[in-house]
Design a protein around this ligand. Sequence first.
Ligand SMILES: Nc1nc2c(c(=O)[nH]1)N[C@H]1C(S)=C(S)[C@@H](COP(=O)(O)O)O[C@H]1N2
Ligand SMILES: [Mo]
Length: 427
Amino acid sequence: MNPKQPNRRKFLKNTAALAGLAVGASASAGPLAAAPAPERIDDLHKYGERSRFVTSQRDGCLCNPERRLENEPRAFGMKTPLQDSVGMITPASLHFIVARGYEPPDIDPQEHRLLIHGMVDRPLIFTLGELKRLPSVSRFHFIECHGNSDPAGAGGPSRLAPNATAQDTHGFTSCSQWTGVPLSLLLKEAGVQKGATWILAEGSDAPKHSKSIPLSKALDDALVAYGQNGEPVRPQQGFPLRLVVPGWQGINNVKFLSRIELVDEPYLSMSESTKYPTLKLDGKSRWFELQLGPKSVITRPSGGQHLPVTGFYEITGLAWSGGGAVREVEVSTDGGRTWKDAQLHGPIARKAHTRFSIPWNWNGEEAVIQSRCTDDEGVVQPSFAEVVKFRGQDLDFFRTATANLGDFNAIQPWKVNRDGSVQNALV
Ligand SMILES: Nc1nc2c(c(=O)[nH]1)N[C@H]1C(S)=C(S)[C@@H](COP(=O)(O)O)O[C@H]1N2
Ligand SMILES: [Mo]
């Protein structure tokens, strides 16, 4: 045994910050896999795949476990592994999925049509080819389910669990670059009639998911998207056409978009009433509060991760808001007593995920780390205590609620324990 070994180990520990750089550790490539078969190599040259060592994946849950109608499959949700994310874009394969229990329809884009009708001068039918001839825009936007990060209802148990990951707590948000035609352009072509105040957007999946959206929003920045991160929108995200309604609750972003009707009142269609837990006919629910508030979450270090040594770490995460661009993100490493400005990584796009980071030296003591987003409109992300107070609820309410409340945007604290483990510290 080499007597110098223990000292060397100690040295490594103490200079943990630069351990990866300072030592000429034996850089082994590890075991090599057998080369793929020639046909497989040809395929990979044509359409790539990620390394077999990268295993990050979506994770599933049943959003509403009880069936409400006969013959209705259970709605399902698959969450994005935010804890593994880098940058601001979600790869399409990892974009979260919320579906009414049905697999994406197998739509032939040649056959697909978009109908615009109702209170218009000229009802129009567009093929995909016709839409692609029109002037296009590409914009970064997040899509977030209003149930994301909600500790109430079905999301509760895993959301509140000490071992919850950022995927468990915040995985119902993703960000893509969407390419398509501004809806305002299509509506102008059709000629919106006086008196029309809402649109009803409908998809062509089995339950014909539909949603009423105020005309003002439709004319403002809604997008009829056929592209996602440089390729056609994926089936799980609404191939071949989806509505993108920037910064508003996910439910508005109708996938497999096939019909837009101009109407003079909201329709409260089946998917936006019976399937929409926020809307309960109890006289107290907040209807038509559609814009999502400022939110952020530290993705590294985050729940379930582990800090192997003391010393330097970059704290990094994502911030976003339906209120526009992210103006500022502050980070606290002392349980919210003091806050420091994090660095925002560009491009900082409106109603898009924004990556932030801040350097941190972990001294080995217990630490509670959290982030706080302020958006363009000056709205600041609230603490859990503030949300509870504002809504007139208590913690038990969150533990026992049977439905998501929605729009829960409280600050997410993670606790770093002395042994380097990181856990959910929301409650
Ligand atoms: N056609 C259709 N559009 C839909 C849905 C659906 O089930 N069918 N789910 C809605 C809900 S509730 C959300 S949160 C978003 C999720 O979009 P994603 O699955 O692309 O992440 O799509 C919305 N649009
Ligand atoms: Mo949703």
